[in-house]
Design a protein around this ligand. Sequence first.
Ligand code: C5P
Length: 306
Amino acid sequence: MSSQSVTVRVPAKVNVQLAVGGRRPDGFHGLASVFFAVGLYDRVTVAPAERLSVGVTGTDAAHVPADGSNLAAKAVRLLAAHHGIDSSVRLDIAKDIPVAGGMAGGSADAAAALVACDALWSTRTSPEALGRIAAELGSDVPFALLGGVALGEGRGELLTPVPVGGTFHWVFAVADGGLSTPAVYGECDRLRGLTTGAAEHQVPAPVADPALLAALRDGDAAALGAALSNDLQPAALSLRPALAATLRAGSEAGAIGSLVSGSGPTCAFLAKDPQSAQTVADALTASGTCREVRSAEGPVGGAAVV
Ligand code: C5P
């Protein structure tokens, strides 16, 4: 790799609350989404090259597009266009975040590509402009720049940092195969009895849960566990009924809270301490209800040069 290369590490997210409103005229759903960055990371490296190219490594690499359709490649092109410069870089993505799992891995890679190219090109993009470019790429991309915990409103891109008074211990059960985010939102509308033409105001406006925000502020794991909620969970379970057994296995092993992460199918479990997290992880592995089990702490910071 060239001595000029830049590597950025970027975390996965879990939504500790995902309140979903009606479908807007632009097709997106209004959200009150409390994003929480956890210590599972992808690494994105950029280096000068003759043309824009993409390489992907990691267990799930075969399921990630290694061409210009990758969201991280789109990020490179958008940032280059913003500055009126050439987008020719080699983009290497080392994937450790589960693919299509509801943990925003693709969005994370796009955010990392923005930060990496901004450093490689010395373009010093303002945080505001970087945030706007990120929002154009996807609803979850701005949060991957920020990290920590944040309330996402609008379609998830309008962020307000949320204060957090401690470290929380998570276990993730990674399912076999992904779930399509648009399909899960569509199933959510269907279960609510809404047709595709339904107006936004047919669903109450989504709001952040004060009990959840207080639990985060106080670093109170038991209270956070009790307050976890995801309006997409019934839809994910409807499309993937086997997830019910995964959620049950983690709860029976002593998790103080459990939910489907984002649009799924990854299931997230909150443990009261690292020992309990290990017990939950061991039980999930033994249950045979998931492909892989990962443990991580959070919150952690957003995309950063290493
Ligand atoms: O923004 P992003 O590209 O990640 O969204 C993927 C898809 O998820 C959208 O095309 C839409 O179908 C659905 N979505 C939604 N409402 C949101 C975010 C995503 O309906 N707030």
